[in-house]
Each structure stands twice: as structure tokens, then as C-alpha cells.
Ligand binder design. Sequence first.
Ligand SMILES: [Zn+2]
Length: 194
Amino acid sequence: MELLVQDYLDGYLLPSQQQDLEEHLAGCPACREELVRLQRLEERLEWSPPVEVPSDLAVRVAARLPEGRYMPGWLVGAIRGAAVGLSLLSLVVLVVLIISQPGGGGRGRQVELTFYAPNATSVMVAGDFNDWNPQRHAMRRTGDGSWNLTLNLPPGLYQYNFLIDHRYWAERPGEGALVSDGFGGRNALLFIEG
Ligand SMILES: [Zn+2]
């Protein structure tokens, strides 16, 4: 009944449901009380100041998602939006760093990408950081069946995947959060803090 009363206030009920509820309210003091309580709550919410959320909140949440967690498309869109805000902020921080520390700063961070593919003859990485052009970043084979590449990237949120033997994209490109690539595959997320 509480849910119905809330829907009633929000105007989500069908005319027949609304009529049923109004009939019930006429004979039920408890539900009438609930209606008044919700109305007051709504008034108070309307008058409360808007809550400020840090621009990088979505990015930080995404970076802490448990392994293999799938993200819906709308969340990825929200994160992309937040990442734009973050990179603008990072740009300001970067400029301040360059001014205050001549000779230092502004070079981004070193990130080591590793992918286990002992039977591959080549592995390349493509992502937001190289316009999804795998030719730019070939990985190096290590002794234990892994492939390795060190990148230098400015702070931000990146998606990437590994191209195996010039033909196959990795099904599980990362240990952390994965996002749908929109074509039935999944990309890894890489978050570099500013
Ligand atoms: Zn009732």
C-alpha cells in the first residue's frame, strides 16, 4: 500500500488503480496518514538544497567494481561524461604542475599491461589511448606465456582490448571491471588517477 500511495503521489497509477486507492483511503486512516507523511516528505525534499557530487565519482566507482562485473550501457555513458570532466580537471592540475615544477610533471603515468596468451604469435593492444589502432602498440612476449607492454598515459579512464594474432579480440582482457564493447565483446577498463 505504501508503494501504491507513492505512485499515486507521483501520478503513475492507472485511472482504475487510482479509483481503487481513493476508495481504500476513504476507509483506512493508516493509509491516509501515510499519504500525508509522504506529501510532507516530498515538500521537504523540494526545499532542500541540491547535493554536490564530485565530478569523478562515477570514475572512482567504476575503478572499484569487483572482477568481471558487467556494466550497463547507460553507466558507461555516465562514466564517459565524468571522465571528460576529470580530464579537464587533470589538465588544470597539469598546467599548475608544469608552472610550479620546471622540468618535472606532465608526463603521465607508467602503466604495465599484461596479457596471458602462451599460444599467440602476436598480441597488440588497442584502446582509447591509441584511437583503437592496434598497430601502434605491439606487446612483447615474456618467458612465462605472458605478453607485456608499458604505456605512459595521462590521468583518465580508458577502455582497451588485446588483439591476438591480428584476428581475435580477447574475451577477458582484464582482471578488473569489464564493459560491453557494443558488439558482443568486452573491454577492460583502465583508470589512471590524477
Ligand atoms: Zn490502508
